[in-house]
Design a binder for this molecule. Structure first.
Ligand code: ADP
Ligand code: ASP
Ligand code: MG
Length: 477
């Protein structure tokens, strides 16, 4: 109802490469200014590209007692951001104010690195605080660049608007609370014609502790805000033309898909298509808010529209994706046949540590339960499983808990695969011809994906072969 009564509202998210240097940042400010002249506009920005990686690496060094890398990273961030500031904000006093804000963020960073190195302990909470510095530096810069174009704009720390649970490193939004805070903090700004530039990736727990939504989480921030404000659309500006039929870095013939459904895009994201954080579509599904993926380097190109129903195409298969930062964990041994609750205990354990389980396969002899988790979750999961099965391991009822990281998952995605027999057969024949060895196979219950596990070194061949087999590079869909 509100949507009809108020002006058109867009949430626009700019990823790391879209704010990666002076020309990119300038283009981003132009896109925002154009959007804000046409209606209300909320910006969500990532850290400049590479910054979060550098911060996390330095945080880990500080955890081992070495603060030197942290100091060096902060100094290089100061230089990098000051250069952008000099180029994009012409007025001296405006520059000064932003510089002060940046220096405060950097000083906080210094204290965090020092404290971590002193204690030789990097807690998940401190890691979140350190990883958040990049967004807290980029948001004031983007707001400054938009103001320089003659519009009103203000940086907003997402800790004020996105309220989450307290799970550091992968927090879940509490939507009711988030909606309330957005009404208090963002709505009045929009009514005054101000463009809020919100830090992506970050939130705060109900006790006000800073949390992060997981790596690549700024996409999720954008749809959380889109849903909370009941926006008309969310636009994710990135460095490719949209959702492609495969990762263009691995499959050069990949093409842009003009329209795709929530479900298809969510499957692609879940199985590693980096263009979207896996949870991106969750917040907007219920309100059916369309999400666009567009290229900030070529804003005139139409991009991909993600809608509730998508658009059906012949053949069924829409896109492929692959994920290599994964680990195959196996719990087993002949003795587990006599342990009826092994499956239950295994997956309660993965749930407890919030491991992202991507695929499950159990051999019919029941000697082994195999499943795949993100590499980042592997150690935590195995440690927890070893604790859970400590007794059974000691009594050799469970013989082994092993991890294999030299694997990759390739997923074939398309809603219409349901009605198209033979997709699996066709895929496996093609892979057989190329001598790609299949370690495991799974079909999602939704029948909109078939995923298979291959050796990591065969991943690229598997993608290129399957892409060709289904003619995905040929016709525009
Ligand atoms: P941003 O910094 O804007 O968040 P990301 O690097 O996180 O951008 O995501 C964009 C990248 O995702 C692209 O450069 C591309 O290499 C990769 N990618 C993987 N799979 C796909 C796909 N199916 N379609 C488009 N891009 C993809
Ligand atoms: N800067 C964060 C990351 O690199 C979030 C994002 O870019 O979406 O993970
Ligand atoms: Mg991203």
């Amino acid at each position: 109802m509100q949507r009809e009564m108020t002006a058109r509202l867009q949430v626009m998210k700019f990823g790391g490469t879209s704010v990666g240097d002076v020309p990119c940042m300038a283009r981003t400010a132009q896109i925002l200014a154009q959007g804000a002249r046409a209606g209300a506009c909320v910006a969500v920005v990532s850290a400049m590209s590479g910054v979060t990686n550098r911060l996390i690496e330095a945080a880990q060094r500080a955890g081992a007692g070495d603060k030197a890398q942290g100091t060096a990273v902060l100094e290089s961030l100061r230089k990098q951001h000051t250069e952008v500031l000099q180029s994009l904000v012409r007025e001296e006093s405006a520059r000064k104010a932003i510089e002060e804000e940046m220096l405060e963020v950097l000083a906080e960073g210094r204290r965090l690195f020092e404290g971590t190195a002193l204690l030789r302990e990097l807690t998940p909470r401190t890691l979140d605080a350190i990883s958040s510095l990049g967004e807290r530096l980029s948001a004031p810069l983007v707001a400054g660049a938009v103001r320089d174009l003659g519009l009103q704009s203000e940086a907003v720390d997402a800790t004020e608007v996105i309220i989450t649970d307290a799970f550091h490193g992968g927090a879940e939004p509490l939507m009711d609370r988030t909606r309330e805070e957005c009404e208090v903090r963002l709505r009045p700004m929009l009514e005054k014609g101000i463009v809020p530039v919100v830090t992506g990736f970050i939130g705060a727990s109900t006790e006000g502790k800073l949390t992060t939504l997981g790596r690549g989480g700024s996409d999720f921030s954008a749809t959380i805000l889109g849903a909370a404000l009941n926006a008309d659309e969310v636009i994710i500006w990135t460095d490719v033309d949209g959702v492609l039929t495969a990762d263009p870095r691995l499959v050069p013939e990949a093409r842009t898909i003009p329209v795709i459904s929530y479900r298809e895009a969510a499957e692609l994201a879940f199985f590693g298509a980096k263009v979207l954080h896996p949870k991106t579509l969750k917040p907007v599904m219920q309100a059916a808010i369309p999400v666009w993926i567009r290229n900030s380097f070529f804003p005139e190109r139409p991009g991909t529209k993600i809608t509730p129903e998508g658009r059906s195409i012949g053949g069924g298969v829409k896109a492929l994706t692959a994920i290599q930062d994964v680990a195959l964990i196996s719990v087993g041994g002949p003795g587990i046949v006599g342990l009826p609750d092994v499956v239950g205990r295994t997956f309660s354990t993965t749930a407890e540590v919030r491991a992202n389980v991507l695929l499950i396969s159990q051999s019919s002899s029941q000697n082994d339960i195999c499943f795949i988790v993100s590499a980042a979750d592997a150690q935590r999961t195995v440690d927890a499983l070893r604790r859970e099965f400590a007794q059974d391991l000691a009594h050799e009822k469970v013989e082994h808990i092993t991890v294999d990281t030299n694997i990759a998952i390739v997923a074939v995605v398309g809603e219409n695969m349901r009605g198209t027999p033979g997709v699996a057969g066709k895929t496996f024949n093609a892979l057989g011809r190329e001598n790609v060895n299949l370690i495991a196979i799974a079909q999602g219950s939704s029948e909109s994906n078939i995923s298979f596990v291959v050796e990591e070194k065969a991943m690229k061949t598997a993608l290129i072969t399957t892409h060709r087999e289904f003619g995905l590079g040929a016709a525009a869909s």
